[in-house]
Design a protein around this ligand. Structure first.
Ligand code: CA
Length: 356
């Protein structure tokens, strides 16, 4: 056989080997988000996953992302993914606490772990194991979907000087933190993002929490509620990717690997995006909006919040064995992780400020 013919045969053989992956049938999925498509950085991870998945799969795996303006069911994501109307969803795990209280652990809990501590618990301790266990009853898979980092404690029309100032206050605050405030006499409510400013402006509520300066300033809350409190209740809010289990199982091994990689990269990227947005907004805030008064809740108020948080967690643990197991796992891991956070990040920041 001539050399050229041998080469041609070798190329043909290679082409045949490559055929199974190349000829992969195009998979078309739909993803529903809790957020409007424009609400970055919360809406960023799904768009990034869709782009990465399409590129990495050579166009054989396509995900169409729909914001809440399209499906009109921001708090129906879990049901829609479970039912198979959407193969994927992007939301926040603690929105499903009415279906299963253990879902709160995969977003954040008041006085809980920081972002680094929580990611370590997810990926290198038992977090992911419990995440799948809790979501198994819904026949969906759950994966980390992007972190906001420490959220601010919210916007208040009046300064909070004592526990008495919380009594009768009307506030929008979701998750377990809402239950904590309710225990302290606050009238707690949850209001969709689009109505927050109007509710605060018209006095339907006296206070609200949203995310942090990167997202809050754009909403204009500071114009009607100038007291901006530092955080205690959402130290590391993680978004979530939900996947219909049957749809996932039908994927090829390549598509599964591509999707997993894209979700992990997009989740990490949201943390960087929000950190940058908040750093930029915080810097501008001092010059552009000098009326904003940054405050930390008085220590007796914070201590009452911590006590109420522990009481709520222990009450749920006494009623629910799975909740207790996950709470114990988080508490054990956090105790160890926090010692390292203190000696590394906390101590380093203090040291670098001391030498200024
Ligand atoms: Ca929040």
């Amino acid at each position: 056989m001539k050399f050229a013919a041998k080469i041609a045969l070798a190329i043909a053989a290679l082409a045949m080997l490559a055929t199974p992956a190349m000829a992969q049938k195009t998979v078309k999925w739909k993803l529903a988000m809790t957020w409007p498509a424009t609400l970055t950085p919360l809406a960023s991870p799904p768009a990034k996953v869709a782009k990465m998945v399409e590129e990495m799969s050579g166009g054989t795996f396509v995900i169409k992302v729909e914001g809440k303006e399209k499906h009109k069911a921001p708090l129906g994501i879990l049901d829609m993914v479970k039912g198979g109307q959407y193969q994927m969803g992007h939301s926040g795990s603690y929105y499903w606490k009415g279906k299963d209280i253990s879902t709160i652990f995969f977003t954040t809990i008041p006085f809980g772990m920081t972002t680094a501590e929580q990611y370590a618990w997810f990926y290198y301790d038992d977090g992911m194991k419990y995440m799948q266990q809790v979501y198994d009853r819904f026949k969906v898979l759950n994966f980390p979907g992007g972190n906001t980092g420490v959220q601010m404690g919210g916007w208040f029309k009046k300064e909070i000087n004592s526990l008495d100032d919380l009594k009768g206050l009307k506030m929008r605050i979701p998750g377990l933190a809402g239950e904590v405030f309710a225990k302290l006499g606050v009238n707690v409510t949850n209001i969709p993002a689009g109505e927050l400013y109007t509710s605060l402006d018209r006095g339907t509520i006296d206070a609200l929490e949203w995310v942090g300066p990167g997202m809050d300033i754009k909403m204009g809350f500071h114009k009607v509620a100038p007291f901006y409190y530092t955080g205690w209740h959402e130290p590391a809010s993680e978004m979530q990717f939900l996947i219909n289990k049957r749809a996932y199982e039908k994927l090829s091994a390549e598509h599964k690997a591509i999707l997993q990689t894209a979700m992990k990269a997009a989740a990490a990227d949201m943390y960087y995006e929000n950190f940058a947005a908040s750093a930029n907004a915080w810097e501008k805030m001092k010059t552009d909006f000098p009326n904003i008064k940054v405050k930390t809740f008085p220590l007796p108020v914070l201590k009452a919040m911590k006590k109420a948080t522990d009481e709520l967690l222990d009450t749920y643990a006494a009623k629910d064995a799975q909740f207790k197991e996950i709470l114990d796992s988080q508490r054990t891991f956090m105790k160890k992780a926090r010692q390292w956070s203190v000696i590394s990040d906390y101590n380093y920041i203090k040291t670098s400020m001391d030498v200024e």
